[in-house]
Design a protein around this ligand. Structure first.
Ligand code: MG
Length: 361
């Protein structure tokens, strides 16, 4: 079952420069058996945390634990079947594997397998947000302000339960947002277009930004929401796009609406922007941690047509599915690299960061 297949009226994202040549996948597994094995192992390693989070999402009852175990056992069989016969479940690629996994979760009764941990992490990050915003608001130098916002995005993006290494970090309790910011790699980053971005931001303010967000918790709360607020304060309208359907610990649209509502209760820039329409939230139509931009919601497409800035955040959206995609507006791709194979493909290592800015000519 495809968790998003019922959304039959999805449309091509209007900012794609070459829709016909677009592929929502930068990792070729179909013709690379060694990489296929690597990625099947990545998905297998993730099973260890998937099962307890799924069970916890429904109260960790005996029934929930039994279904979570059955789901993960079935998923391991599917992965083995793909290893034996790569075309067995369709063209082998990362987006398809993500879709298969979410489909199995639904079949086993898990509508949103990370709903509990997402709520806990949103609440925990919310407690830190006033202090983070106050620190940002004290930064006077515009170049440093932009860089600090990006550093917060990178640090927040480590908080990801879709990757084995960061899940281990998270569960060991060795995750502290401020310490994570302090431990980020020095510049130049692995992909470092910050100077070009800084120069562009010193010029005319963008009219309207489309911002794709990734994970619940510290990622969206301490990284992306401050970045959105910064854009708003500069005078850019923002449309923030979150997944329609659940996918691991990605924040979904309905959660994002509630979460921003809670932030608006104490933060005037967010409250005012929501009230007067400078900030709007839209469900992307997506239901996996990557995004295929040939199938977004009509609402997102309509909101995007006149945007002049696109921000894709997170390894799945910015790198694995859209790193090579070109757009008709200024585009910023931001990610913390948490999967060794993804980092290797970019010539880097674990916890390197990507700031790729592609201005339109
Ligand atoms: Mg994610």
């Amino acid at each position: 079952m495809n968790p998003i297949s019922s959304d039959t009226d999805r449309v091509v994202f209007p900012l794609l420069a070459d829709p016909a040549g677009y592929r929502a996948n930068t990792i070729d597994l179909a013709s690379d058996p060694e990489s296929l094995r690597v990625w099947l192992d990545i998905f297998r390693a993730h099973c260890d945390s998937l099962e307890p989070y799924a069970a916890a999402s429904q109260g960790d009852t005996e029934d929930a634990r039994r279904r979570a175990a059955a789901c993960v056992a079935r998923w391991r069989i599917v992965l083995d079947e793909i290893e034996a016969d790569p075309m067995r479940h369709g063209e082998p690629n990362v987006p398809r594997f993500c879709t298969l996994r979410e489909g199995l979760l639904r079949e086993h009764g898990f509508e949103d397998a990370y709903v509990t941990i997402k709520a806990e992490e949103n609440a925990a990050a919310l407690r830190l947000l006033p202090g983070v915003l106050a620190e940002l608001d004290e930064i006077g130098d515009p170049d440093r302000l932009l860089r600090t916002h990006l550093e917060h995005v990178f640090a927040g993006n480590i908080f990801d339960l879709g990757c084995a290494v960061t899940t281990d970090l998270f569960e060991s309790g060795d995750m502290n947002f401020h310490a994570t910011v302090d431990r980020l790699p020095d510049r130049p980053w692995l992909v470092d277009d910050l100077d070009a971005l800084t120069a562009r931001f010193a010029g005319a303010v963008h009219r309207k930004a489309i911002v794709f967000v990734d994970n619940a918790g510290a990622d969206v709360t301490l990284g992306m929401i401050p970045l959105i607020r910064y854009l708003l304060k500069r005078g850019t309208r923002v449309v923030a796009a979150a997944n329609t359907a659940p996918a691991l610990n990605d924040i979904i649209h309905d959660e994002f609406v509630d979460h921003l509502g809670a932030i608006a209760a104490f933060d005037a820039p967010i409250r005012d922007a929501l009230a007067d329409g400078r900030l709007s939230l839209v469900a992307s139509g997506n239901g996996i941690p990557l995004i295929d931009l040939t199938g977004v919601s009509p609402g997102l497409a309509a909101a995007s047509a006149d945007a002049d800035l696109l921000i894709l955040e997170g390894m799945g959206r910015a790198i694995e599915s859209n790193y090579e995609a070109r757009f008709t507006c200024d585009t910023l791709k931001l990610a913390m690299l948490k999967e060794p194979d993804v980092a290797r493909r970019l010539g880097g290592g674990l916890y390197d960061v990507v700031c790729r800015f592609e201005p339109v000519a």
